[in-house]
Design a protein around this ligand. Structure first.
Ligand code: NAP
Length: 298
C-alpha cells in the first residue's frame, strides 16, 4: 500500500501519447507495477505487452494504485480525468498521490489540489520540458507545485523519467514555471525559424550553418532540436502546434490577469494561429518555417 509515508509500488498512468508512452515505459524499467488507461486503447498495447495492466476507466485505475500520473492533452481533458463522480479524485483511496504532468492552467491545478485535499488525496502539478527526445531518454526537466511531503513521495517516480527535478512552490507553481518556459521558447522558436528561413533564402547549406552556429552564442535546445528538422523539412510532430497554441493562450491569459503585457508571446501565438488556420495544427512546432515559404498554404 502507498499511504502517506509509505513507498509507492503500484503506479497508474493516464495519457499514452508522444510523451506519456515513453515516460510510462521508464516506470516499468524502474520496477514499478504499472497500470494504464488511455482514451484510445491502441496506444497502450506496447506497454501491455511489457506487463502493464489495462483499466477501462480512470476510476477503475484509481482504486488500485498508490499513485497516478496523468499527461493528457488539454485542461478540459485534465478536468474530465480528475473531477466529477467518475474522476480520479472521487475514486482514489485516501493517501493516494495524483500527479498531473499535462501542461495545463495553474488555476485548475489549485482547484484539483483543494478538491483532492478535502478527500485526503494528495496532488502535485508537475509539467515537464524536454520534448519527445527528453521523454524517450528519461532526461526531462520536471517542475512541480504542491506540498513538500507529496513531492518527496513522488521523487522516485520523477527520477525514473527526468534529470532536473524541482519543487517550485505550492499547487500551481509547477504550471506557472512551465508557462515561463513556454514564454521563453515562443520567442526562441521564432528566432530559430527566421534564421533558418534566411539561411535557405540566401543559398547557404542549412546543416552547415547549424553545425557552426550551434556551438556559438546562438546555441540552445530549440536550435539543436528543431533546426535540423527544419533543414530536412521534417514537420512531423515532436511537439504539436495545437498544444503550443494552448500553452501560449494559457500564458497570455495568466499574464493579462496580472496586468502584464507580453508582445513577443502575442506575436508568436498569432503566427501559430495563422499556421493552424492553414490546416497545420497537427504538425510539429518547427513547421513555423512554412510561413516563410512563398505559398505556405500550398
Ligand atoms: P499526445 O500525443 O496528444 O498525447 C496525449 C494522450 O492523452 C493521447 O494518447 C490521448 O489519447 C490521451 N488523452 C487525452 N485526453 C484524454 C482523456 N480525457 N482520457 C484519457 N486519455 C486522454 O500529446 P503529447 O505530445 O504527449 O503531450 C501531452 C501533454 O504534454 C500536452 O499537454 C502537451 O502540451 C504537454 N507536453 C508535450 C511535449 C512534447 O514535446 N510533445 C513537451 C512537454 C509537454 P488518444 O490517444 O486517444 O488521443
Amino acid at each position: 500500500m502507498g499511504a502517506q509515508g509509505e513507498a509507492i509500488r503500484s503506479v497508474g498512468f493516464i495519457g499514452l501519447g508522444i510523451m506519456g508512452h515513453s515516460m510510462a515505459g521508464h516506470l516499468i524499467d524502474a520496477g514499478f507495477d504499472l497500470h494504464v488507461y488511455n482514451r484510445s486503447r491502441g496506444k497502450a498495447e506496447p506497454l501491455l505487452a511489457r506487463g502493464a495492466a489495462w483499466h477501462e476507466s480512470p476510476a477503475d485505475l484509481a482504486r488500485v494504485c498508490d499513485a497516478v500520473i496523468t499527461i493528457v492533452g488539454y485542461p478540459v481533458d485534465v478536468r474530465q480525468v480528475y473531477l466529477g463522480d467518475a474522476g480520479l479524485i472521487a475514486n482514489a483511496r485516501e493517501g493516494t498521490l495524483l500527479i498531473d504532468m499535462t501542461t495545463s492552467n495553474p488555476s485548475l491545478a489549485r482547484l484539483i489540489a483543494e478538491t483532492a485535499a478535502a478527500r485526503g488525496v494528495d496532488t502535485l502539478d508537475a509539467p515537464v520540458s524536454g520534448g519527445d527526445v527528453g521523454a524517450r531518454e528519461g532526461t526531462l526537466a520536471i517542475m512541480a507545485g504542491g506540498e513538500e511531503e507529496a513531492f518527496a513521495r513522488a521523487l522516485p517516480l520523477f527520477q525514473a523519467m527526468g534529470r532536473v527535478i524541482r519543487r517550485l512552490g505550492p499547487a500551481g507553481a509547477g504550471q506557472h514555471t512551465k508557462m515561463v518556459n513556454q514564454i521563453v521558447i515562443a520567442g526562441t522558436i521564432m528566432g530559430v525559424t527566421e534564421g533558418m528561413a534566411y539561411a535557405r533564402r540566401c543559398g547557404l547549406d542549412p546543416e552547415a550553418v547549424l553545425a557552426v552556429i550551434g556551438t556559438g552564442a546562438a546555441a540552445g535546445s530549440q536550435l539543436s532540436k528543431l533546426g535540423p528538422r527544419m533543414a530536412a523539412e521534417d514537420f512531423a510532430p515532436g511537439f504539436y502546434i495545437h498544444h503550443f497554441i494552448k500553452d501560449m493562450g494559457i500564458a497570455l491569459e495568466e499574464a493579462a490577469a496580472m496586468g502584464l503585457d507580453l508582445p513577443a508571446l502575442a506575436l508568436s501565438k498569432s503566427r501559430y494561429d495563422e499556421l493552424s488556420g492553414l490546416g497545420y495544427g497537427a504538425d510539429g512546432t518547427q513547421a513555423l518555417l512554412r510561413l516563410y515559404e512563398d505559398d505556405p498554404g500550398a
